[in-house]
Design a protein around this ligand. Structure first.
Ligand code: FMN
Length: 369
């Protein structure tokens, strides 16, 4: 990839894919946010029928879903951006209502999520997460294969590559975290064992599409969906050392000041610095960044690229605004996960703001860039 700037569009679930197939409106959404030489990571995209855990999230395991992604990826490519598909299995962050035949969601163990609740499609309200079914070891190769196929499908849909979603307490992360993984077989216990299944997924995906088209996302801290680890430096450092052996396109880490989709008080003992130090590929930092501290992070070498989530979704011309030092639209949390155009494709462009009208000559000049 020949990137021309270091601003990354972070993976952002937007719940607009009504039937798990991306909708036409998403072509406009992604096209507007794509920039020449920029990296975009598409929203979490489900790898198999039992991977769902939220309403209206897209998949990449049926022909219709692959076809649905094609016009989006094409539009992004036409603007000169590079697009990765984030491939995702929700694991225990699901409910029987999302599962085929109302089965129990699957996880590395039978420990349910206690700290948060799940939106149920059936009752249309928040409910407790159910007790998941612990996967048998003999079932794991099938899931590895689902990730492999999802990666193949993503390439067929035109994506440049895939980001394996190993963060935020979902299936792969649940294996890594000792607060969730209580297995006694070779997939639990030691750090090596807890990283085994995620690494099997990485191996299969790299074999399928080539390591230079694969990224991996990690959230060492944060505790979203109760994903706690007693030794995040030891476990995630081991994981990154192992990932180094593959020669991935990038490793993507979430800052401790963010818990899933919101800010939290960061533990001052934690930072991404030790990971950046050992990572031998492009290192993306995400979480709570504004343009100013992102520039500092790049300048000081604590990240190679910075991914922006909430602020990027609220600004269709986000990169241009950063270049011009223009103010940003505020994001509206109430429309993050709604299904309509509101809060999706109606955030104003700079031209339509007071600042834009006052600085129209600057905007004229910026058109070329
Ligand atoms: C609406 C919304 C949806 C998100 N969906 C995903 C997702 O699908 N996959 C993922 O890894 N992270 C997801 N996240 C987390 C973001 O990628 C990012 O790490 C987080 O928002 C912190 O970055 P920010 O402070 O720049 O927003 C989501 C966050 C938000 C706000």
């Amino acid at each position: 990839m020949d990137l021309t700037h270091r601003i990354v569009y972070a993976p952002l679930t937007r719940c607009r894919a009504l039937t798990s197939v991306p909708v036409e409106m998403s072509v406009q959404y992604y096209r507007e946010r794509a920039t020449k030489g920029g990296l975009m990571i598409a929203e979490g995209t489900i790898v198999s029928e039992n991977g769902f855990g939220y309403p209206c999230t897209p998949g990449i395991f049926t022909k219709e879903q692959v076809e649905g992604w094609k016009p989006i990826v094409k539009a992004v490519k036409e603007k000169g951006a590079f697009m990765f598909c984030q491939i995702w299995h929700c694991g225990r962050a699901s409910h029987q209502h999302y599962q085929p035949n109302g089965e129990d969601p699957i996880s590395c163990s039978d420990i349910p999520i206690k700290g948060q609740q799940c939106f149920s499609l059936k009752t249309m309200q928040m409910e407790d997460y159910p007790v998941p079914r612990a996967l048998g070891k003999e079932e794991l190769p099938k899931i590895v294969d689902q990730f492999r196929m999802a990666a193949r499908n993503a390439i067929d849909a035109g994506f440049y590559g895939v980001e394996i979603h190993g963060a935020n307490g979902y299936l792969l992360d649940s294996f890594m975290k000792d607060g969730i993984n209580n297995r006694t077989d070779e997939y639990g216990g030691s750090i090596e064992n807890r990283c085994r299944f995620p690494l099997e997924v990485v191996q299969a995906v790299c074999d399928e599409i080539g390591a230079d088209r694969v990224g991996y996302r990690l959230s060492p801290f944060g505790g979203f969906l109760d994903a706690e680890d007693s030794h995040p430096y030891a476990s995630v450092s081991y994981m990154i050392e192992e990932l180094n052996r593959f020669g991935l396109a990038y490793v993507h880490c979430v800052e401790p000041r963010v818990k899933g989709n919101m800010d939290q008080e960061a533990d001052p003992n934690y930072s991404l610095a030790p990971y950046k130090k050992i990572c031998r590929t492009v290192f993306i930092a995400a979480g709570g960044y504004v343009p100013e501290d992102a520039a500092d992070a790049i300048g000081s070498g604590s990240a190679d690229l910075v991914a922006f989530g909430r602020r990027y979704l609220a600004n269709p011309d986000f990169v241009k605004r950063i270049k011009l030092g223009a103010p940003l639209n505020e994001y509206d949390r109430s429309t993050f996960y709604t299904q309509g155009a509101e809060g999706y494709i109606d955030y104003p462009f700079l031209e339509d703001t007071e600042w834009g009208r006052e600085h129209s000559s600057l905007l004229e000049g910026a058109k070329e860039g």
